[in-house]
Design a protein around this ligand. Structure first.
Ligand SMILES: Cc1ncc(COP(=O)(O)O)c(C=O)c1O
Length: 433
């Protein structure tokens, strides 16, 4: 039998440490919300491959669609011999995207690549260069992705210089004393002191800040950003890479703000575990780029597009948006009960099944407890629950189970996490220095 330890030493010797891993268990097989490692240990998966398998690991309908496509062909390159599943998936997404304006969709492979392409298209359409992003944002690890990302360590440190003309303003987070007015004031100051709005091609925003700490945009904020963009001819890019495909209780999170994005990068859960990303955008904006300006050898893999069609069916047939809302309620009720006896839980945030607790010392929002957060995740793992941490301060535990998780299994995992928190809060050995 291969052990986790053997594979870890192989990994350490042969792969760079820059690809951080949150656990040292090596996956052997996975079904729905459960993973077994190479030693046969069983885990409940509250990470879903970082919000990638909203439809669960190896959903039978996804696997069937992929098998059928594999029998036909795996790759011709859409730019050489285009194929049906690409254009069929584009049509469905164009119909499902928020707003009435006709849409077009390009497919790529990773989230960062989708963000890159959204920026390219926005610059080409507007013939402007500037891009506004938000502090705490995460938009990927390519050069433009890093430039847009609003967190230096570990994403940007030592990798510059980045593409120019990217400006950051604070993301409104009431828990940390940043109001919507503060963000609007910062934007006004930016337009006065750094760059005129007529030089800005686009503003990019996550409807729920993901890696930054699972902070949903306050009510009305996205609408205000839409209005600012409209006033100045700036395109609004809504990054739905982590929030999309039912995660927040609607197919796309920005639907809940009743706004229509100009461009919408999507990825992660789009293809149920197969690498696929895309940019869905208003048709005239998408068509501003002449032939040859967009694309990529693997962009819109036929296998992944076939999986994507199955994912959209599953979300609809299995009512996964409703299930996401039910998961949010279950996690919130559990966390609220736990918070009564544990003042380390500073804030509970749920938007559908994008759920988080922020861990602090003595209920003080200004005293983030990253040590406790790491320790809870590590201990939960030894008890068989895979948890992810996040946050600019490293003190947020996020809950991202597949939307198909059985409520009983989720309850079991939450019980484990709850016991771990009860045991640890107050007696964690803090790092010195
Ligand atoms: C909001 C958001 N944008 C972009 C990305 C980058 O996606 P990828 O890792 O597929 O390049 C991520 C990944 O976590 C994300 O959450």
């Amino acid at each position: 039998m291969t052990t986790n330890k053997e594979l870890l030493s192989l990994r350490t010797a042969n792969t760079p440490r820059g690809v951080g891993t949150q656990t040292n268990i090596f996956a052997d097989r996975a079904r729905n919300a459960e993973i077994w490692d190479v030693e046969g240990n069983h885990y409940i998966d509250l990470a879903a491959g970082i919000a990638v398998v909203n439809t669960g690991h190896n959903h039978p309908a996804v696997i069937a669609a992929v098998k059928t496509q594999l029998e036909r062909f795996s790759h011709t390159c859409f730019q050489v011999a285009p194929y049906d599943v690409y254009v069929q998936l584009a049509k469905r997404l164009n119909e499902l995207a928020p707003g009435d304006t006709p849409k077009k969709t390009i497919f790529l492979t990773t989230g960062a690549e989708a963000v890159e392409n959204a920026v390219k298209i926005a610059r080409r359409y507007t013939e402007r260069s500037g891009i506004i992003a938000f502090s705490g944002a995460f938009h990927g690890r390519t050069m433009m992705g890093m430039a847009l990302t609003g967190k230096v360590v570990p994403y940007k440190a030592g990798f510059g210089p980045f593409p120019a003309e990217v400006f950051h303003v604070p993301y409104p987070i009431a828990y940390h004393g940043i109001s919507v007015d503060d963000s609007l004031d910062a934007l006004a100051t930016l337009f006065k002191s750094d760059v005129e709005p007529s030089r800005i091609a686009a503003m990019i925003i996550e409807p729920v800040q993901g890696e930054g700490g699972f902070y949903p945009a306050p009510t009305g904020f996205l609408q205000k950003m839409r209005a600012v963009c409209d006033e100045h001819g700036i395109l609004l890019i809504i990054d739905e890479i982590q929030t999309g495909f039912g995660r927040t209780g609607t197919l796309f999170a920005c639907e809940q703000s009743d706004i229509e994005p100009d461009l919408m990068p999507v990825a992660k859960s789009l293809a149920g575990g197969f690498p696929l990303s895309g940019v869905i955008g208003k048709a005239d904006i998408m068509d501003s780029v002449p032939p040859g300006g967009l694309g990529g050898t693997f962009g819109g893999s036929a296998i992944a597009c076939a999986a994507g069609l199955a994912v959209l069916d599953i979300i609809e047939n299995e009512k996964l948006c409703n299930k996401a809302q039910a998961i949010g309620v279950q996690v919130r009720e559990w966390a609220t009960e736990l918070q009564k006896n544990n003042n380390c839980i500073g804030e509970i945030r749920t938007m559908g099944a994008m759920c988080a607790i922020e861990l602090v010392t003595n209920g003080d929002a200004d005293k983030p407890d990253a040590d406790l957060t790491r320790t809870i995740a590590a201990n939960a793992l030894t008890e068989g629950v895979i948890l992810l941490t996040c946050g600019v301060r490293g003190n947020v535990i996020r809950f991202l189970p597949p939307l198909t998780i059985e409520p009983e299994l989720l309850g079991k995992a939450l019980e484990v996490v709850g016991n771990t928190i009860q045991k640890l809060s107050g007696n964690v050995v803090r790092k010195v220095g």
